[in-house]
Design a protein. Structure first.
Length: 363
């Protein structure tokens, strides 16, 4: 069976989700091609077309009205040709975009023969919004990224590499901060945490980078000065909130999660976060919002959740995460990840879905 995953031609990006998933599905005996171009030019050659993020169709740029209209036409043609469409629902709506991006989301959700949800919350939400949906719905969780980062390092080595005092209690907030409220949420929660020798590791909290700015001239100089100012103050405030680059290189990710005692998910309203299964895989306790699929996973595994609009709730969750970390709950999280989130079983679940759709179409 030949599967088209609508994604970058190489399946490579700063997010290894699709690349690893494609490898896992190939190991189940399927032929898998990762490409957005193939959707536009050769989709009829495949037995299954599988969408991840609709933005991939347009190179993560804003589409024109004509592009959205062509998307609808090609989806209609696939349906007429009897080629099943699968859609993994990573987001409820795009994080950024205009009405045309939202229309692309709507079209793919409407034409999909099967919708894959990364958690039960997404499934309930979709059925509430579209009660007449006749699509197949399955829950297949976010896999962990085993074997991606090479040999591990010790906590002491990780902290030395990142310039963190060895005796610190480290709170990690990893990934992008999408707006000022997420920055304020993280900083205030950390400052109110009553733990000795605490250290905040949030390398993208400060919005100004050394090398990632697109500004020129005086604006670029100002950006660099703001970066250096915050960088100089980090030791005083026991934190690391700056990053010289816009993105943390993949190879450095293990040092951040290994150095941490707890992981703080700095989101206010979100459906999914790959940082939760990753933190579990590294044996870390997680505090995150009681929202979307991640809230459900955290509650089901005994990790604390919070209401981002209630500062006291955030404080309690982070304090409870610190207590659980000291009690060894991170080991339980790692056991959960190895039992439920490993790539072979996740890929096999996708394979079963593909086979179900393909066999139904042939009948």
């Amino acid at each position: 069976m030949k599967i088209l995953i609508v994604y970058k031609s190489s399946g490579l990006s700063d997010n290894p989700f699709v690349r690893l998933l494609a490898e896992g599905i190939r190991a189940c005996g399927f032929e898998v091609v990762c490409s957005a171009d193939e959707f536009w030019h050769n989709a009829a050659a495949y037995d299954i077309v599988h969408f991840q993020w609709p933005e991939e169709l347009f190179g993560w740029s804003y589409p024109s009205p004509g592009q959205v209209a062509e998307l609808g036409e090609r989806l209609r043609m696939l349906r007429e040709q009897g080629i099943p469409i699968v859609y993994t629902r990573h987001n409820t709506l795009p994080h950024k975009g205009d009405d045309r991006v939202r229309e692309a989301y709507r079209l793919i959700g409407e034409y999909a023969d099967a919708v894959v949800h990364l958690g039960d919350y997404s499934l309930r939400q979709f059925r509430e919004r579209y009660p007449d949906s006749q699509q197949i719905h399955v829950v297949i969780p976010h896999h962990i990224y085993e074997g991606v980062y090479g040999p591990g390092i010790s906590r002491g080595e990780a902290r030395q590499k990142l310039g963190i005092p060895a005796d610190s209690f480290v709170v990690l907030a990893f990934g992008a901060f999408r707006h000022a409220f997420e920055r304020k949420l993280t900083w205030r929660a950390f400052r109110r945490l009553h733990v000795s020798e605490k250290f905040l590791l949030a390398p993208r909290l400060w919005p100004y980078t050394l090398n990632g700015s697109y500004h020129r001239g005086l604006k670029r100089l100002a950006t660099r000065m703001l970066y250096y100012g915050a960088h100089a103050a980090e030791r005083l405030f026991r934190c690391r909130i700056t990053s010289a680059e816009g993105l943390i290189p993949d190879a450095e990710l293990p040092a951040y999660f290994t150095a941490a005692d707890v992981v703080f998910i700095q989101r206010t309203d979100i459906l999914n976060s790959g940082n939760v299964p990753q933190a579990f895989a590294f044996g870390r306790v997680v505090a995150g919002p009681a929202a979307g699929n991640i809230g459900g996973m955290l509650e089901a595994t005994g990790n604390p959740v919070f209401d981002a609009a209630d500062p006291a709730s955030v404080d309690r969750a982070l304090a409870e995460a610190a207590r659980l970390a000291a009690a060894g709950h991170g080991d339980e999280n790692r056991k959960y990840a190895l039992e439920h989130l490993r790539l072979p079983q996740i890929a096999a679940a996708y394979g079963q879905l593909y086979t179900r759709l393909h066999d139904a179409e042939r009948r």
